[in-house]
Design a protein around this ligand. Sequence first.
Ligand code: HEC
Length: 231
Amino acid sequence: MIARLLQIVLFFSFTAALFALLGPLLKAQDRDEDAEVGVTRDEEDSGLPKRHVRAWQVADLPPNEASRIYDLVRGALAKAYASSGIDGIENYQGLKRYNTSPYLSSAHGKHYLNNYANDTARLYGQFEKAGKLPVGSVLYKDSFSVTQSHQDFSASESRQIMLGPLFIMRKMEPGFSHLTGDWQYIQIQPDGALLGMTGGEGADRVEYCIGCHLSREEYDHLFFIPVTHRS
Ligand code: HEC
């Protein structure tokens, strides 16, 4: 009985202490909200920059312009990716390219993309008719992004060009991974750092590749290139 009473007293004093602690905090938050309303009411005294913040959006480039920009950045891309030290990566731009010009894709983060495949993967060029690609096939998808200010949409000097990641698929020996049809997924960051590779270092960071490509299981997990950009 005494123990029960003690429990109740303890419970109430704990709750009171909690309110005593939280009360001023909650009030402080109220005050912050008031202050913010004040800022928007009186912009002159807010000390905030007077110019509008520029909004950037992905530039929708015609094919020749996308190719011109790719020519400007491809050397930098090759150099950055090569620093990852991944086998065979230094020469990926010397392989056959299967798209006519860089194309915009939302599946890989609103970047402009190019697709290269090594000789073992040459059936890739038959697209949906390719069937299963053989062990040793390697597909490379490099990327860059081009954004443009809303305000000067027609002026090319208002563009922002950025290097993007390199996406790789490597066909491994049978048994590597039933879930991926023995494809290994690799992502190299624009600065050449390895984000991860499935079945290896940083695997949890590239697991997101698997689910999406799995929806194309009947085509050996491949999506291919939009028909408008196939070479
Ligand atoms: C949201 C879905 C999605 C995710 C996630 C995704 N991909 Fe893709 N992938 C696609 C689509 C769609 C294509 C083809 C069109 C394109 O390039 O956008 C493609 C194409 C590719 C290709 C060229 C081979 C092919 O399928 O034609 C490679 C290589 C590739 N992806 C690698 C990766 C890697 C590596 C990852 C993870 C780091 C990844 N992808 C994550 C949807 C996805």
